[in-house]
Write a protein that binds this ligand. Structure first.
Ligand code: URA
Length: 209
């Protein structure tokens, strides 16, 4: 199955269309698809993994615990959150079924799901045309830079975009941009030393020119 992305749709139309996406199986057990949000002329595009439990229920990206870390990190790095477009590599919440009333536990999307959802992400890039890109964690890195990319090795290093894309041909006419990879905010929340992990994330974000 391939996602049917309407070719000339604007961001609002894409946001509506993604609700009908059956490009993979993840739509089956979710509340809704969660599309990116932020100004259409944002200079910075931030890409996360997938909506979490809170995002799935509320329908907005990065409004749960990871979103709070992201907001704080952007502010600490001197980046205006209101001027940032935030989205995810995968638009539906992949999770283990949970007992009634219990929080559903996140599962990492696999390569098939990342590839199936990628046309929506590519469409967001084509509309936003960012000059700065932030990749949060391995799933977002895999979606844009390919499975061989290692956040552990190249975090905080400004990389030329779209030259470093796994498929630069998917981004025709993209402006010359700079991409920086860093850890996913959930890794900060899981770290033994959260403050050190948070500072490392902020240092990576500061590498954006
Ligand atoms: N984690 C993500 O990667 N994205 C969200 O929107 C929420 C949590």
């Amino acid at each position: 199955m391939v996602a049917e992305v309407p070719p000339d749709a604007d961001l609002d139309e894409l946001r509506a269309a993604v609700q009908g996406c059956h490009g993979c199986e993840l739509y089956r057990d979710t509340t809704q698809a969660v599309f990116g949000e932020g100004p259409g002329d944002a200079r910075i595009l931030v890409v996360g993994e997938q909506p979490g439990d809170v995002e799935d229920r509320r329908g907005h990206p990065f409004v749960g615990p990871s979103g709070k870390v992201l907001d704080r990190a952007l502010v600490a790095a001197g980046i205006d959150r209101e001027a940032v477009y935030v989205t995810n590599a995968v638009k539906h919440f992949k999770h283990r079924p949970a007992a009634p009333g219990k929080r559903r536990l996140h599962q990492t999307p696999d390569r098939t799901e990342i590839v199936a959802c990628r046309p929506w992400l590519v469409a967001e890039f084509a509309r936003i045309r960012p000059s700065r890109v932030v990749v949060l964690g391995a799933t977002a890195a895999q979606a844009l830079l390919g499975p061989a990319f290692r956040v552990t090795r190249e975090h905080g290093v400004p990389l030329p975009w779209p030259q470093r894309a796994e498929h630069p041909e998917d981004f025709p006419g993209a402006p010359e941009a700079v991409l920086v990879a860093t850890v996913h905010p959930s890794a900060v929340l899981r770290a033994d030393d959260r403050e050190a992990a948070f500072e490392a994330m902020v240092a990576d974000l500061r590498a954006l020119p």
